[in-house]
Design a protein around this ligand. Structure first.
Ligand SMILES: Cc1ncc(COP(=O)(O)O)c(C=O)c1O
Length: 347
């Protein structure tokens, strides 16, 4: 059980609260009546904002969770006899309780990627049995940006995977649960490493970066979203009071709030990693390119630290742990952690 204090820790970017500007936006949309199920002005406005950021062909649908964004988005482009190829570390593979298999009925094929990033050379091993009715048919490649390991794909890396997919009549899906952290890391507009790099379907997150709840599925090419409204309803993610998800996205994009929040969490992760690297008993195991820091530290010490701050194990066999920074992480949170860690190591 996670310790349940109100102290800011490093357990997850989901553990942070809601940014006050998002709350204000929810409150300002809470006047009078508005049509339900997305036929309201807030939803129209939010969908238009997505067109500005991702391209005029973008069709956006709002849902409650990132798992729903991934699974329903993929449902729109996969049949049960298809397979989706992804990293073995992908949320889709390890943290969605088999939802893709249950809801789509498709096969998930994995590629080992120690830094969370896959590439055409690794994906190639699954490219066999094409047109052979005894074999599932690879149809989608799914990448996560930023990855579960805190690394970030470059535009070229994404474009290579996209052309590999398109040359084989396949599509590219991106799990952008932390897409704002990736945009800040790359110093690029969203469109440059999604639509322009060849991504077809995008889960565009918000919850991990200051929103209360709300994720979106963005179909970036015409024709891909034709039946999606039925899939979302059957998938039980058609919000009756959708205006309150849409309003959050309006607030998220207003004055580039997304950028402010992700810049803070990325910068804090960098500072955290620098300080951790000064401690000989601690090893930072991944490049820190977004808001996650992965460390190996002595098991016993990690256990003690977890009495003060909850954080998740990543690989228990190696005593590797995941420390996440959030939109509201402050330098003194990091200093407190480092001070406590040093104290425990000295005991
Ligand atoms: C990479 C990634 N994708 C998607 C999600 C969304 O998950 P949820 O269904 O918990 O909102 C998460 C949340 O941890 C994640 O880390």
């Amino acid at each position: 059980m996670e310790n349940n204090t109100n102290k800011r820790g490093f357990g997850s970017d989901n553990n942070a609260g809601i940014h006050p500007d998002i709350l204000k936006e929810i409150i300002s949309s809470n006047t009078g009546h508005a049509a339900g199920y997305g036929s309201d002005v807030y939803t129209e406005q939010a969908q238009n904002i997505f067109k500005e950021h991702l391209g005029s062909e973008t069709e956006t649908f709002f849902v409650f969770t990132g798992t729903a964004a991934n699974v329903l988005g993929l449902s729109g482009i996969l049949k049960s006899w298809n397979s989706v190829i992804t990293a073995s570390t992908a949320h889709l593979e390890g943290d969605e309780c088999g939802a893709p298999e249950k809801f789509i009925g498709c096969k998930v094929l994995v590629v080992d990627a120690p830094d969370g990033k896959i590439n055409p050379e690794l994906i190639e091993k699954h490219m066999h049995g094409i047109d052979f009715e005894h074999h599932s048919q690879p149809k989608v490649i799914s990448i996560t940006q930023a990855t579960e390991m805190g690394t970030v794909y470059s535009v070229d890396e994404i474009a290579r995977i996209a052309s590999f997919a398109h040359n084989r009549n396949m599509l590219l899906h991106m799990d952008g649960s932390r897409i704002a952290n990736a945009a800040v890391s790359l110093s690029l507009p969203f469109k440059a490493f999604t639509t322009d790099a060849g991504v077809d379907v995008l889960s565009f997150g918000g919850t991990k970066n200051g929103m209360m709840c709300g994720e979106s599925i963005c179909f970036l090419k015409p024709g891909l979203s034709t039946d999606f409204k039925y899939i979302r309803k059957q998938g039980m993610q058609l919000a009756s009071k959708m205006r309150f998800i849409s309003a959050q996205y309006i607030g998220y994009f207003r004055n580039d709030l997304w950028k402010k929040c992700a810049s803070n969490s990325n910068a804090m992760a960098k500072t955290f990693a620098e300080k951790l690297k000064q401690i000989p008993e601690v090893e930072v195991t991944q490049k820190v390119q977004s808001n996650g820091v992965f460390v190996i530290m002595p098991d016993k010490i990690a256990g003690k630290m977890r009495n003060y701050y909850f954080f998740y194990p990543w690989d228990e066999k190696k005593s590797e742990w995941r420390l996440m920074c959030s939109w509201d992480t402050e330098e003194n949170d990091i200093e407190d952690f480092i001070e406590l860690l040093k104290k425990e190591l000295k005991k």
